[in-house]
Design a protein around this ligand. Structure first.
Ligand code: PEP
Ligand code: MG
Length: 309
């Protein structure tokens, strides 16, 4: 896209022929939320609630959580917001939830797995989120991190609905979940792909380790083939499948993701306008052709070259 086109995004994520791909913000604080709203985000695709508690020694009360979440949701009254339940462990340890020392924290009791042992912590968080939805007037959905199986997804969706929250989804960031995307979508209302962790677990390459960063490249065809499965599952079930990992912030890859059938892209504020404008430079059929060309390659450099304008 040219600079002029990039300046011209009209604030509604769509291809040039009007196929909707919503452009959302990733947030973890009231300042992030304001920045996302100012950048024109159509909503929030990922609210990382654990970012509110990285320094907390004890579990925050329901009232404290409700106030903290309301402050983040405030700029999005009447707009869709996906709140992620606590993703504690591995790269984001929380003092009040993190388990005993584990030999491999990325493969240990993190994300939703913490809630299987301590469901009352999840239920208190869901109560606070339901309250914040009421206080802020945002259209709140909730999703769980680190879901591996259909049974886990169904277990989570039951608890969300029991808390009076209408829409429950899960993140797809474990390869087994990507391979079961259709069955998972049948059990929940939507999915959102965490490409940072999905790449880490697909390539067995620590996301925090520079020495293996080349494997954690969102243009890796091996990763994009998993995204293809998820996009197909979204089309088959008629349910939304977004992307909220770093991959969504690449304006050229955004076209490929649209072509694969992903229905929303969520990113940090600085990328929002560029991605929104990029989507408007191609038709859905052109995005699908790009996706097909990229899937026919076997390395990231060739994938990037296949998607060049
Ligand atoms: C991801 O894994 O891609 C993701 C969006 O979640 P986080 O980066 O918080 O693990
Ligand atoms: Mg993740």
């Amino acid at each position: 896209a040219t600079v002029a086109q990039l300046a011209e995004w009209n604030g509604t994520g769509a291809t040039s022929d009007g196929h909707r791909v919503k452009v959302y913000g990733n947030v973890g604080s009231p300042a992030d939320a304001q920045a996302a709203a100012d950048a024109g985000a159509e909503g929030v695709g990922l609210f990382r609630t654990e970012f509110c508690y990285l320094d907390a020694a004890d579990e925050p009360s329901v009232a404290e959580q409700r106030a903290a979440y309301t402050a983040v949701l405030a700029p999005f009254r009447g707009k869709p917001v996906i709140v992620r339940t606590l993703d504690a462990g591995a790269d984001k340890p929380l003092a009040f939830l993190s388990p005993e020392a584990e030999p491999n924290p990325a493969l240990g009791v993190r994300g939703l797995r913490v809630a299987f042992d301590r469901p009352e912590v999840l239920d208190r968080q869901l109560e606070a989120i339901a309250g914040a939805a009421e206080d802020s007037g945002a259209e709140v959905s909730v999703m769980a991190p680190m879901v591996a199986t259909v049974a886990e997804a169904a277990w989570f969706a039951d608890r969300v609905r029991a808390a009076g929250i209408a829409r429950a989804g899960v993140m797809i960031e474990i390869p087994a979940a990507a391979l079961s995307a259709r069955e998972i979508l049948e059990a929940v209302d939507f999915v959102s792909v965490g490409t940072n962790d999905l790449a880490q677990y697909t390539f067995a390459a620590d996301r925090q380790l520079g020495a293996v960063a080349k494997l954690n490249d969102p243009w890796q065809p091996g990763l994009l083939r998993l995204l293809e499965l998820i996009g197909k599952a979204a089309k088959e079930t008629g349910k939304p499948a977004g992307v909220c990992g770093e991959a969504a912030a690449d304006p050229r890859l955004a076209l490929v993701l649209a072509g694969l059938g992903l229905t929303s892209l969520s990113m940090n504020a600085p990328a929002i306008r560029t991605v929104g404008a990029s989507l408007a430079t191609a038709t859905l059929a052109e995005c699908e052709a790009l996706a097909e060309a990229v899937l026919a390659t076997s390395d990231p450099a060739a994938a990037r070259a296949a998607a060049r304008p």
